[in-house]
Design a protein around this ligand. Structure first.
Ligand SMILES: Nc1nc2c(ncn2[C@@H]2O[C@H](COP(=O)(O)OP(=O)(O)O)[C@@H](O)[C@H]2O)c(=O)[nH]1
Ligand SMILES: [Mg+2]
Length: 235
């Protein structure tokens, strides 16, 4: 069980050569999934494409969003939900782009959930045809477990985060419809092997779509924008 928010999942305990699987509280997730279903139906009805954007803190979620809205906002109507434990800092950054934004502070919680998105949608009221980007709280663990009712999930990993992340955080990468490898402008300065990353990712998500990008320098943003234009939804 996650100490911060109490989110559940089956824990696997390794001790002296024995492996025990410990089933943890599932009610929380079942209730969340139910609400997420309502969100998904409502968003579909309103023709709003919702993208759950997840990463570690600092991987570049807000930077990518700012640039995407500036480059593509004339063509696609963006609306944004910002998730952080505290502060309005990211919402203030998005506000500068002119896109409508709502900040959700989770306090001690380490992820957004479907009820929070439901409340944010009431405040935001995205117009029909909008692209709704939900920037989740920065970490590679809890957000993966909580369906918000989104149509698609994108995970950003930056090359400064080091090797092995898809293997260490398989739930996050396995649930991603798109993986964005960010900060490729720094590849010559850091010890990060792109081929190894793709190989690790293939173990948890063999058919993953990976785009190599730099949110600051602009590398690879064309394919990312084309992906958004396609609004690749689930189901
Ligand atoms: N070099 C480089 N820095 C980046 C890139 N994208 C984001 N950053 C920097 O990474 C830091 C964290 O970015 P931010 O968007 O706030 O990350 P978030 O916590 O995921 O929202 C900021 O200083 C950004 O300028 C990139 O593509 N290349
Ligand atoms: Mg951010």
């Amino acid at each position: 069980m996650c100490d911060t928010c109490g989110c559940s999942g089956d824990a696997v305990v390794h001790h002296e050569g024995h492996t025990h699987t410990v089933p943890l509280e599932q009610d929380l997730l079942a209730k969340n999934d139910h609400l997420a279903g309502h969100n998904r139906a409502r968003l579909r009805e309103q023709d709003v494409f919702a993208l759950n954007l997840m990463s570690s803190p600092g991987a570049g979620k807000t930077t990518l969003l700012e640039r995407t809205i500036r480059d593509l906002g004339g063509e696609l109507p963006f609306a944004v939900v910002e998730g952080d434990q505290e502060t309005l800092l990211d919402a203030d950054r998005i506000k500068q782009t002119g896109a409508p934004v709502v900040q959700v502070n989770t306090g001690a919680g380490c992820h957004l959930d479907a009820a929070m998105l439901d409340r944010a949608l009431v405040a935001l009221a995205p117009p029909s045809g909008a692209v709704l980007v939900v920037e989740n709280v920065g970490n590679l663990v809890c957000p993966a477990l909580f369906d918000l009712g989104e149509a698609a999930r994108a995970v950003i990993l930056s090359v400064t985060e080091g090797p092995g992340k898809p293997l260490k955080y398989p739930h996050m990468f396995a649930s991603a419809d798109l993986v964005l490898l960010n900060k490729v402008d720094l590849l010559s300065y850091v010890d990060f092997d792109v081929a190894e990353f793709r190989h690790d990712l293939s173990h948890v998500r063999p058919d993953a779509l990976v785009l190599e990008i730099s949110a600051t320098r602009g590398d690879g943003l064309g394919p990312w924008y084309d992906w958004l234009r396609r609004r690749p939804g689930r189901g």
